[in-house]
Design a protein around this ligand. Structure first.
Ligand code: SF4
Ligand code: SF4
Length: 189
C-alpha cells in the first residue's frame, strides 16, 4: 500500500529540485497581481525560459511551489514541463486531496500509462471506509473535473466558477455532486 505521507505537501523544496526551464504554473494559474486568464501564458513569461520580471515578480509567484517541487514521492516523470500537468496537494479535514491540473493543450496527458497507473495507485492507497474518504484524486482539465477512484473514474463534467465539487462516501460507495457554492451574506451595520 502506498504511503500518501510521501506525497504530503511539505513546506520545503526537495533537495536537488528546481524549476529550471519549466514555466507551466505561469500558464495554468492566475496570479492576482498579474491580470491574466488561467490557461494562457502570463504576459511576463518567456515560456520554457522563465520570468522576465524575476527580480520583481509578485509575492504569490515567490511563494508558489508545485507538488512536484515539494513531494519526494513524485518522481522525474511528474515534472510539469515534462508531464504537462501540475499536481497540488492539500489536506481538508481528514481527506488528502491530490489535484492534477492538466495543461489544456495536452488534455490527455493524465492518461499516459505510467501517470495513470500511478494515479490509480494513489487513489487505491486509502479507499473510502464507511462514510469517510481518506484520499481524493481529482484531475482538472480547465473546468472539467474527473475523480479517479480505485475501480472507476467519475467524469463530473464542467464545474462553473460558482459551483464546487462535493465528494462523499456512504458505506464505502463514493459519489460526486456539483453544488452551488455557499455565499455568506454580508451583514449590514
Ligand atoms: S510548475 Fe512547478 S516546477 Fe514548473 S515552474 Fe512552476 S513551481 Fe517550478
Ligand atoms: S509574474 Fe513571472 S513568475 Fe509570476 S506568473 Fe508571471 S511569468 Fe510567472
Amino acid at each position: 500500500m502506498l504511503d500518501v505521507s510521501s506525497l504530503a505537501a511539505a513546506t520545503s523544496v526537495v533537495p536537488g529540485r528546481s524549476c529550471g526551464s519549466c514555466t507551466l504554473c505561469c500558464k495554468l494559474f492566475d496570479v492576482p497581481e498579474v491580470p491574466a486568464t488561467a490557461g494562457k501564458w502570463c504576459r511576463h513569461c518567456d515560456p520554457g525560459k522563465g520570468c522576465r520580471i524575476y527580480d520583481t515578480r509578485p509575492q504569490a509567484c515567490r511563494k508558489f511551489f508545485c507538488g512536484w517541487m515539494v513531494s519526494p514521492g513524485l518522481g522525474a516523470e511528474w515534472k510539469p514541463e515534462r508531464s504537462k500537468m501540475i499536481v497540488l496537494l492539500h489536506v481538508a479535514g481528514e481527506t488528502f486531496w491530490l489535484n492534477v491540473h492538466v495543461d489544456e493543450s495536452y488534455p490527455s496527458a493524465w492518461r499516459r500509462p505510467d501517470i495513470y497507473k500511478r494515479l490509480k495507485q494513489i487513489a487505491s492507497s486509502n479507499p473510502a471506509v464507511g462514510n469517510r474518504i481518506k484520499v481524493v484524486v481529482r484531475v482538472q482539465i480547465g473546468r472539467r473535473h474527473i475523480i479517479i477512484l480505485p475501480d472507476r473514474d467519475i467524469d463530473a463534467g464542467l464545474v462553473t466558477a460558482d459551483e464546487e465539487l462535493v465528494v462523499t462516501a456512504r458505506e464505502g460507495l463514493v459519489s460526486v455532486q456539483r453544488e452551488r457554492r455557499q455565499v455568506t451574506p454580508l451583514r449590514a451595520g
